[in-house]
Design a protein around this ligand. Structure first.
Ligand SMILES: Nc1ncnc2c1ncn2[C@@H]1O[C@H](COP(=O)(O)OP(=O)(O)OP(=O)(O)O)[C@@H](O)[C@H]1O
Ligand SMILES: [Mg+2]
Length: 428
């Protein structure tokens, strides 16, 4: 433990377990203002934390998880007498649940935390409760490409291959047939997933255009952010997505606070069924649903706020969902800003590198995008010289543009202007 003083007895404290796929630490710090003091837990030996490590060094109360056991981590955390605990990182849910139990803090129970981190556990739990979903198979990490035929027997194709524990669509691949699965595993062989992969029957239509073109069709994927208290859902936002960049990367998403279409109300009902099936009593969930001809189907329940959602809710004047998750951890009943729907929509548009790109050579025209009506921010995520890889999934985008629009047409106009103004040169 580093830090100057001991705990201030008058102030409530939340322990936050962070990792490389967390929200930016500055956003977490801001969300805690006026809510709680933070005690950070992070593996400071993890190089992937990058510059975030220097923020932690200034943050004060940090427990370094490098090389210590869960019991030791609990022992270090206990003297700080936290009033709550949370994580925004899917793969850290089980560890956070173990710490919570050791310190008698509320969090997802161990079985649920496992299902929120592990896509095979989650599919198994949903299926056992009778929630309809795609067929799936576990591809163990020890499987050779030659074993695939036997492992996937009976699974309908095309299919989606993804790490059993993963986020942001990292290494999520489209597999037309069995041979494509073997090929993907070969491509993956130098970075074998410890927990293995899951292969799922692909639901819905692909509707994806060439990388980065925004493929103006709206995808049939809907993400619902919902606050669960006493097993009851309050839906804070519905995020729709523009056509994906190959294979499953996001090129644009927009959030509205109320369903504006009966399909969204149907998706909300499917979310409520999944929440009951998994036995979630309390928490903030981000649930991906695909609207298929047979009805809505759950792609995944994530146990935290969706990527980009805090910023989109903020642009619509809604309360900060990261703060809401902290209040939940403290036993509170956070406000999600009910009442009439916030006017218009908030969006996030992403320029994704094409699949063959390996690095960025140059970027121009971003300043012209900032001048467009409704644009709040246009930020470069990968600079000239940075490497890029489609396998990094949606978070591997090059430029992100955030703003508000009064209608979908207006948003699509901004998307077209973005493609026209921003030029990125890549090396393959
Ligand atoms: N069975 C499926 N059928 C159709 N599309 C799928 C399927 N599984 C995944 N996808 C697509 O791949 C994306 C990523 O999948 P998934 O949400 O399971 O992975 P993730 O890495 O946990 O991503 P996230 O951070 O968005 O939760 C989905 O948003 C969806 O577009
Ligand atoms: Mg996920």
């Amino acid at each position: 433990m580093t830090g100057r003083a001991g705990p201030d007895p008058g102030r409530r404290r939340v322990a936050v377990v962070v990792g490389p796929q967390s929200y930016p630490f500055l956003d977490i710090t801001q969300a805690a203002e006026g809510v709680a003091g933070l005690i950070w837990l992070a593996d400071l030996s993890d190089e992937r934390l990058g510059q975030e490590r220097s923020l932690l060094a200034r943050a004060g109360q940090v427990i370094d998880l490098a090389g210590i056991t869960t019991t030791e981590a609990a022992g270090e955390l206990r003297p700080w007498r936290p009033d709550g605990i949370l994580t925004f990182v899917d793969e850290l849910m089980p560890f956070t649940a173990d710490l919570a139990r050791a310190l008698s803090l509320r969090f997802y129970p161990a079985g649920l935390a496992a299902a929120l981190a592990d896509k095979v556990d989650q599919r198994t739990a949903l299926r056992a409760a009778g929630v309809p979903g795609p067929g799936f198979r576990l591809i163990p990490s020890a499987a050779d490409p030659g074993d695939v035929e036997r492992l996937v027997e009976g699974l309908p194709f095309p299919a989606v291959l993804k790490p059993r524990v993963g986020t942001g669509g990292r290494f999520t691949t489209f597999c037309e047939d069995v041979a494509a699965v073997s090929e993907a595993l070969r491509d993956r062989s130098e970075r074998r997933e410890e927990g293995g992969m899951i292969l799922e029957e692909m639901l819905g239509s692909r509707r994806s255009g060439p990388a980065g073109d925004g493929g103006e069709a709206i995808s049939d994927l809907v993400s619902v952010d919902t606050l669960v208290i006493d097993s009851r859902c309050r839906h804070a936002g519905f995020t729709r997505h523009l056509g994906l960049a190959w294979p499953f990367r996001r090129t644009g998403s927009f959030l509205i606070t109320e369903p504006d279409h009966p399909d969204l109300a149907v998706a909300a009902t499917a979310v409520e069924e999944a929440v009951a099936a998994l036995g979630v009593d309390r928490g903030w969930l981000n649930v991906d649903v695909i609207l298929t001809a047979e009805g809505p189907r759950i792609i995944e329940v994530n146990g935290r706020v969706g990527g980009g959602v805090p910023r989109m809710l903020h642009m619509l004047g809604r309360p900060n969902p990261l703060s809401a998750q902290m209040q939940l951890a403290l036993g509170g009943d956070p406000d999600i800003g009910g009442g009439p729907a916030a006017p218009g929509l908030a969006y996030m548009l992403l320029v994704q590198p094409p699949p063959e790109a390996r690095s960025v050579v140059s970027i121009s025209g971003v300043d012209r995008v900032i001048a467009l009506p409704g644009v709040v921010q246009a930020a470069i995520n990968k600079h000239a010289g940075d490497s890029v890889d489609w396998r990094d999934g949606s978070p591997g985008f090059v430029v992100g543009v955030y703003g508000t629009a009064s209608s979908l047409d207006q948003l699509l106009e901004i998307r077209r202007a973005l493609d026209e103004h921003v030029a990125v040169e890549y090396r393959s």
